[in-house]
Design a protein around this ligand. Structure first.
Ligand code: DQA
Length: 138
């Protein structure tokens, strides 16, 4: 199975920013654990702080990957461009968040992406990515 793990804005700072919320492990280390978990599969990893680059990555994944695991970071809460990119492709996307966005500030309760995603997983730290990846195998 070909899986794309896609991270948006500020996720490159994972391990350094707000460690009480996101932990102390870097994105690089998290990606290594994900790759080890999905050793039988073909995993790709991409992170960008730029909204348009996330859209391009989604567009380019169509017909190439079996699924996208997307943590769009704060883009989740307002990016109609990413929402439209997801709606424009047939590759399924699972939205993920490391933190439980429903137990935090009110603006995080709203995702403009969820409606066009296959599903949403949040609150399990780095395991949110693994649970989302596993969902493509059900
Ligand atoms: C996040 C939650 C978002 O609200 C936040 O803006 C992030 C990370 C998470 O993984 O919990 O950057 O997507």
């Amino acid at each position: 199975m070909k899986l794309l793990f896609l991270n948006g804005v500020n996720l490159n700072l994972t391990g350094k920013r707000e460690p009480g919320v996101y932990g102390t492990e870097t994105l690089e280390s998290i990606n290594r654990d994900i790759a080890a978990h999905f050793a039988e599969d073909e995993c790709s990893f991409y992170q960008s702080n730029l909204e348009g680059e996330i859209c391009t990555a989604i567009q380019n994944a169509d017909g190439v990957y079996d699924g996208i695991i997307l943590n769009a970071g704060a883009f989740t809460h307002y990016s109609y461009a990413i929402r439209d990119a997801i709606a424009s492709v047939s590759v399924p996307v699972v939205e993920v968040h490391m933190s439980n966005v429903h137990s935090r500030e009110e603006f995080r309760n709203k995702s403009v992406l969820s409606e066009v995603c296959k599903g949403v997983i949040c609150g399990f730290g780095k395991n949110s990515y693994i649970l989302a990846g596993e969902s493509f195998k059900l």
